[in-house]
Ligand binder design. Structure first.
Ligand SMILES: *Cc1c(COP(=O)(O)O)cnc(C)c1O
Length: 365
């Protein structure tokens, strides 16, 4: 059989591995930070009607500028953001890819603060850029001074700031983002994939957009919005950034069906977001109860929690898997990550963790 090694691959892709979070049928799937609640029926009905109305027109290419969708996304973000500032693609991973195609590319550098979202290094690699993982402070926090120092030391062409950070849950203060922006001369992207889960009173980086033309805030409908299967991510920035990504986007990259599905859900955004408070409550419950079992839990402003104090993360992952519970081993020494599910899913996880801790005490550090 032919293997990858036999193909005339790009040299810089040889030996590399694709993104591969396990996708398996289990009782409790709490490994990729999805919203556990299905799309409510009223929204599904509206989406079906929107798609049905778009269907006879599928002989034509879709609106290349997805004008209605950009209007709706701008209205959803609020804060005076207008549609010219908004851009969307098939998931925020594609949004990030387009940004890197324009602002990074061969011979350029992309930097983030590790451990962070595993796709960043893969996206950088895909456009032929060098990935730089700068270090965080104690407990995966990042102070304005540390951010400034790392940016000045490496001068990246694109800085990817994940807030709250996946997989640690740690949010960045606006002071840290401001300090990083001021030190940088390249593009600064704040990935707020989990922005809607942040605690009350914690501001979004959207507030920093005015007067900062190199700043981009990316969001997604995949997490709080409970629409991961629809594949819709977007950003807000100075309108000139949207002009820049038009240089690399494929023509008609958002299908008419995707546009209709996204618009149909945005018409009911309050219904789509109605479970966010329940999920935040389960997140806070995970923080308290995992700590009560004697593990080290990190601060989280997202819908997941990372905990340390695990002597053998791979073996503990297997113990959960054996109980048909899928969590995430991100390869961070001594740590595992778990998504806040429904109340009963979270209960099943916590009961399993208590049982594993009791039955296999050697797995706890
Ligand atoms: C899940 C996630 C995304 C979202 O990806 P989509 O392509 O929009 O589904 C983006 N950034 C981070 C940090 C994530 O965890």
């Amino acid at each position: 059989m032919t293997s990858l090694d036999d193909l005339p691959l790009r040299d810089d892709l040889r030996g590399k591995r694709p993104y591969g979070a396990p996708q398996e049928e289990v009782r409790v799937s709490i490994n990729v930070n999805e919203n556990p609640y299905p799309v409510p029926e009223a929204v599904a009905t509206n989406v079906i009607q929107k798609i049905a109305r778009s269907l006879p027109g599928l002989n034509r290419y879709p609106d290349r500028e997805f004008s209605e969708l950009r209007e709706r996304l701008a209205a959803y973000l609020g804060g005076g953001i207008v549609s010219e500032q908004v851009w969307a693609a098939n998931g925020s991973n594609e949004v990030l890819q387009q940004l890197l195609q324009v602002f990074a590319g061969p011979g350029r550098t992309v930097m983030g603060f590790g451990p962070t979202y595993s796709m960043y290094s893969l996206l950088a690699q895909g456009v032929g850029s060098e990935w730089i993982a700068a270090e965080r402070d104690e407990d995966f926090e990042l102070s304005p001074e540390s951010a400034r120092r790392a940016v000045l030391a490496h001068r990246p062409d694109v800085l990817l700031l994940c807030s709250p950070n996946n997989p640690t849950g740690t949010p960045l203060s606006l002071e840290t983002i401001r300090a990083a922006y001021e030190a940088a001369d390249g593009l600064v992207v704040v990935d707020e994939a989990y922005g809607e889960f942040r605690p009350d009173g914690m501001p979004s980086a959207l507030e920093l957009l005015p007067g900062r033309p190199r700043l981009v805030v990316s969001r997604t409908m995949s997490k709080a919005f409970a629409y991961a299967g629809a594949r819709l991510g977007y950003f807000a920035a100075d309108p000139v950034i949207a002009d820049a990504v038009r240089l690399v986007r494929l023509p008609y990259h958002l299908s008419a069906i995707t546009q209709a599905a996204a618009c149909g859900a945005l018409e009911f955004s309050d219904v789509m977001l109605s479970q966010v408070d329940l999920i935040r409550a389960q997140r806070d419950r995970l923080v308290t109860e995992i700590a009560a079992l004697g593990y080290r839990v990190y601060r989280s402003a997202a819908n997941f929690v990372m905990f340390g104090g695990v002597a053998d993360p791979a073996a503990m992952f297997q113990e959960f898997y054996r109980r048909s519970i899928l969590i995430r081993d991100n390869g961070i020494p001594g740590c595992l990550r778990v998504t806040a599910g429904t109340e009963s899913e979270t209960t099943l996880f916590l009961e399993a963790l208590a049982e594993i801790t009791r039955e296999r005490p050697e797995l706890k550090a």
